[in-house]
Design a protein around this ligand. Structure first.
Ligand code: SF4
Ligand code: SF4
Length: 201
């Protein structure tokens, strides 16, 4: 399936938004079930280890980016500008290797600036596991190693990632989505739309 079509160049249609909502609800139900079964879970506001140890800038689908952009637009102008600058710096390789700190992380509180608008991977992290067995988070992995997650059914990260791309198209790094949004805001025709208009798609 092609990337989520756009109505006006940078907004996914309502059907894509509803489909993304359905996936986010599905993830929330899995997360809620795991949390309830164990009685507690380490992931909470202020626990930001995963946001500070990204291998690269987040890669998201068009529909996820639209949600993130909506969250970004709700922030005070100065905070928006700071996040845009951090995305730009990270995209230019200015982040200290080997890890990238997510540009959306609020540094002092350790909270996500766009929590309600965060992408799918951030909703799954800690609660979903890759087919390889990788849980990514050392804190959750330690619980598993201690046998504290025995009997819990964790989500399948790989399957959800495939589902996202089937429904919403390929992922791109957030700096590319941000650049495309900026071009669209300044009247430039987004590349995908230009291709469709030329009948080449
Ligand atoms: S995935 Fe790990 S580092 Fe991230 S919030 Fe959960 S416990 Fe904390
Ligand atoms: S978008 Fe939010 S939750 Fe996801 S990595 Fe960035 S700061 Fe963390």
């Amino acid at each position: 399936m092609p990337p989520a079509a756009t109505d006006d160049g940078d907004r996914a249609p309502a059907s894509a938004c509803a489909a993304l909502d359905a996936l986010y609800t599905q993830i929330a139900q899995r997360v809620g079930a795991a949390t309830a079964a164990r009685g507690a879970w380490p992931c909470a506001k202020g626990c930001d280890g995963c946001c500070r140890r990204l291998a690269a800038l987040p890669h998201v689908t068009a529909a996820e980016w639209q949600r993130m952009a909506e969250g970004l637009a709700l922030l005070p102008a100065a905070e928006q500008a700071a996040i845009r600058q951090r995305i730009d710096v990270a995209a230019r390789g200015g982040a200290a290797p080997p890890h990238v700190v997510c540009p959306f992380l609020h540094d002092s509180s350790g909270a996500c600036s766009i929590y309600d608008h965060r992408p799918a991977a951030c909703r799954m992290y800690g609660f979903y596991v890759a087919r390889s067995g990788n849980q990514w988070c050392d804190i959750v992995q330690a619980l598993d190693d201690n046998g504290e997650l025995n009997g819990l059914i964790l989500g399948n990260f790989d399957a959800m990632a495939r589902q996202l791309q089937r429904q919403f198209g390929p992922t791109r790094p957030i700096n590319e989505w941000l650049a495309e949004s900026a071009e669209s805001a300044h009247g430039a025709v987004p590349v995908k739309q230009a291709i469709v208009d030329e009948g080449l798609a």
